[in-house]
Design a protein around this ligand. Structure first.
Ligand code: ATP
Ligand code: MG
Length: 554
């Protein structure tokens, strides 16, 4: 997998600079044009950062345009979610929110204009006939018997189409270009179809709807877009984009194509994401395991991390794959700077400190090792605590620097303890450790000169809290689920595990919005949906290190 892909480069930036220098353009206006038929995902984030980012860099502006030409799958729920997601990523479209459906009148007028110019005609073939007539990549298409209809007849029919006089599929309006063109997109593409369906914004006003290719470029033109940035699969559409603009003699935006983001262990097709939601493989579009922006937000990914990721992967011209760990690394880098540190124990083992001089010994602990401005908190050590089960081994290998019978370990922010006795239940499982502490070693700062290699986390069972913690893992076990015969076969059955953990007292009141580093474990944040006041449900945002690569034996 190519993870080095075009790191940080952006050929579009260079092209815009060149356009400005050469006087070809005087300003930079871009747009982000989502179709409101699903939630935005990390691939869209790449396009958002690119379009809004370039506009910012060149003191231009970026429009948010909903490409809502298909009435059947589009909904207001999606419009609202998209607005929220783009805003959360840190971008502002100001007054420039548009809908392609705002342009239906203008698009209709332009269609009439093209009919008048002899550049469009109403075709009355069946959809099958039209499909067959297009030919193949190696054979030219055949002209429709309706291709040479008189302008007047075309106008009359198109008006009747608009007035609802025909059922779905009876006619279409096609551009009259070239049925023998080597580029299939130029073989008289359909501009309008009849569709008796209510639209989320225009209701029943229209029963003919423009096709994407007839709507997109003209919408760009109406808005004065200078650089219309889209993904590579539209490269073959560019001649058609330009043909419409030229034929209508209107402002000409420059379409530029870039390689879409492909991310390993992820699916990004909206159809597949919708399937995951509808078949309840996940708990909604914003399930923290989803690659959606709302899922990543809920999981605790900071918007800065997503922007950092989009900058790091760069913008190129050839399709490549980015490893999911690149995104997770960006999340770690960001959270390492900002997340307050706390102690938590996910798999508790009881420890009794037999010689604690008082019932409670308080120490101050820094909230961030490099950032004193983040303050400190009080940690209270009590005779009964829990440590993580994995920090004790009855029969340790030579280089195990944590707790073992007769061995010492430092309790983070507290003191050194030694394991004196191991207590087991009837089945032989270790259920408790009896330890003694060295009273000389108290303090948050281990500058007491004692050489103890291991430091482990702990929580007082008197003051600590027990909380549910969801341990998310990758949703898929295969690096390229999109390529599988059925991507659902690649789902990771262990992508969600829930444990009950012990956490520091104040985490019992933690609110969504703050991501904590549980020292030595990972980054965790309260879930926005399932937490309630004083009862947070924690979830893992990301592990501390890339443990996945290790598990996979890479
Ligand atoms: P659909 O399958 O519905 O066409 P789409 O992913 O193309 O889905 P759009 O709403 O049309 O969704 O996308 C809006 C914009 O986001 C487009 O300009 C598109 O090029 C861009 N985009 C979508 N997916 C990616 C991706 N994986 N990488 C980069 N840009 C993307
Ligand atoms: Mg699309």
């Amino acid at each position: 997998m190519d993870t080095s892909a075009q790191s940080g480069t952006n050929f579009i930036r260079n092209q815009i600079e060149e356009d400005l220098r050469a006087g070809k353009r005087e300003e930079v206006i871009t747009r982000f044009p989502p179709e409101p038929n699903g939630y935005l995902h990390i691939g869209h984030a790449k396009s958002i950062c690119l379009n809004f980012g370039l506009a910012q860099e060149f003191n231009g502006r970026c429009h948010l345009r909903f490409d809502d030409t298909n009435p059947v799958k589009e909904e207001d729920e999606y419009v609202n979610a998209i607005r929220e997601d783009v805003g959360w990523l840190g971008f502002d479209w100001g007054e420039h929110q548009y809908f392609a459906s705002d342009y239906f009148e203008q698009l209709y007028a332009w269609a009439v204009e093209l009919i008048g110019k002899g550049l469009a005609y109403v075709d009355s073939q069946t959809p099958e006939q039209i499909r067959e007539g297009r030919g193949t990549l190696t054979t030219p298409g055949t002209e429709s018997p309706f291709r040479n209809r008189a302008v007047e007849e075309n106008l009359a029919l198109f008006t009747a189409m608009k007035n609802g006089e025909f059922p779905d599929g009876a006619h279409v309006l096609r551009a009259k270009i070239d049925m023998a063109a080597s580029n299939m997109n130029l073989r008289d593409p359909v501009m309008y179809r009849i569709l008796h369906a209510a639209h989320h914004r225009t209701g029943d006003s229209w029963c003919i709807y423009p096709m994407y290719d007839f709507a997109h470029g003209q919408s760009d033109s109406i808005e004065g877009v200078t650089h219309s940035i889209c993904t590579l699969e539209f490269e073959d559409h560019r001649p058609l984009y330009d043909w419409f603009i030229r034929s209508l003699e209107i402002h000409n935006p420059q379409q530029i194509e870039f390689a879409r983001l492909n991310l390993s262990y992820t699916v990004m097709s909206k159809r597949k994401l919708l399937q995951l939601v509808q078949e309840e493989h996940v708990r909604g579009w914003d399930d923290p395991r989803m690659p959606t922006i709302s899922g990543m937000r809920r999981r605790g990914y900071p918007p800065q991390a997503i922007r950092r990721f989009c900058e790091r992967i760069g913008v190129g011209k050839s399709d490549s794959w980015i490893d999911l760990s690149t995104l997770e690394d960006c999340v770690r880098e960001e959270l390492n700077e900002t997340a307050p540190r706390r102690l938590a124990v996910l798999d508790p083992l009881k420890v009794v400190i037999t010689n604690l001089p008082e019932q409670r010994i308080d120490t101050r602990a820094a909230n961030h090792p490099q950032r004193p401005e983040m303050g400190t908190r009080t940690m209270s050590l009590t005779p009964e605590i829990v440590i993580d089960r994995s920090d004790f081994l009855e029969d340790p290998p030579r280089k195990f620097f944590r707790l073992a019978p007769g061995k010492e370990v430092r309790l983070r922010h507290a003191c050194i303890i030694r394991c004196d006795e191991v207590i087991k239940d009837d089945s032989g499982e270790v259920v408790e450790l009896r330890c003694s502490c060295d009273p000389e070693t108290f303090g948050a700062n281990p500058a007491d000169g004692r050489k103890v290699k291991g430091t482990i986390q702990w929580v007082s069972t008197e003051f600590g809290q027990q909380v549910p913690v969801r341990l998310f893992d990758r949703l898929f076990v295969e690096p390229t689920p999109e390529r599988a015969e059925d991507f659902r076969q690649c789902l990771n059955p262990e992508s969600l595990q829930e444990v009950r953990a012990w956490v520091e007292p104040e985490l019992g009141q933690a609110r969504p919005g703050t991501v904590y580093q549980f020292e030595r474990i990972g980054y965790f944040t309260p879930d926005t949906k399932d937490s309630s006041l004083d009862a947070p449900v924690f979830q893992r945002t990301v592990t501390l290190r890339d443990t996945w690569a290790k598990q996979q034996g890479k």
